[in-house]
Write a protein that binds this ligand. Sequence first.
Ligand code: DP6
Length: 335
Amino acid sequence: MPEHTATALAHPNIAFVKYWGNQDNVLRLPSNASLSMNLDGLETVTRVAFSAALKEDELLIDGERRLGVPAQRVSAHLDLIRQRAGLDLKARVESRNNFPMGAGIASSASAFAALTLAGAAAAGLTLEERELSALARLGSGSACRSVPAGFVEWQTGASYQVGPLSEACDDSFAFTIAPPDHWALTDVIAVVRAAPKAVSSSNGHALAHTSPFHAAQVATSAERLQRCRRALFAHDFAALAEVMEADSNIMHAVTMTSEPPLFYWEPATLNILKAVPAWRAGGLPVGYTVDAGPNVHCLCPAEAAPEVARRLREELGVSQLLTAAPGSGARLLEA
Ligand code: DP6
């Protein structure tokens, strides 16, 4: 591996109990704890190469040079890594995704998890999983959940910034609560629209407190987290589906009532949200959750996935589907 170069792979994750709104937007200290599953098969691979020959950081996503906000966000994250490592070199970052970006499939989660692992290793840092998770959080909140494997919880964290930002709030990190093989669930993702969303999650988080319902979401989320954790440990699919759907609906009630309101759903999204509980009532184990985009994640036991996919295609006319099993954590690859 050439000096100052490293490559990492990370999966996105889907939250069953969601993160929406921060106590502190700069530190990305979430308003509530969240619980998610990493998505195997969907991946971001990122190579970071620090070099004295570079005058500025360069970002390439899927082979295309990117400027503006994505590049600034990556540079700001590299600054944290450089600060922590005492390194004064610019970097070339090459990132590839095998799924559509910016469409509510949490590409920022896998992107910042992979960037954190590759960047830290390339800068010569040796960090523990919890430190990598906390560092990834500063790039994108949900990225902290893509660092550990399988089914993951992100705790809010109680501390505040006392030193440099790169070392801040290390007790807000994510950890595995069950390994990927704990439960053979499948996420059948109905891709309703693959174009990037109009309002980023970061802007949505910043607006969350303007909804009168956000306080209620936060006040009730610990109870949902507890129910979700219990359902997960008991392999109780019906209980999992109920709490996951309720949590998603509450988050979207907040987005739709913030000022200005954010409507992430498309008409096709709502068709699926109406069909899924009806399918469940008819005996097919499936439940939905929707992130900050129009696509619907239909979770089901693996054996139900072919039938869920068939109904989404044939009954609802969804033409693009992605499927994912519980995934591993982020890891370094041979550069
Ligand atoms: C709706 O982690 O993408 O997917 O911290 O601003 O990068 P930033 O936001 P992000 O927000 C994810 C929000 C969500 C719910 C969740 O994954 O918990």
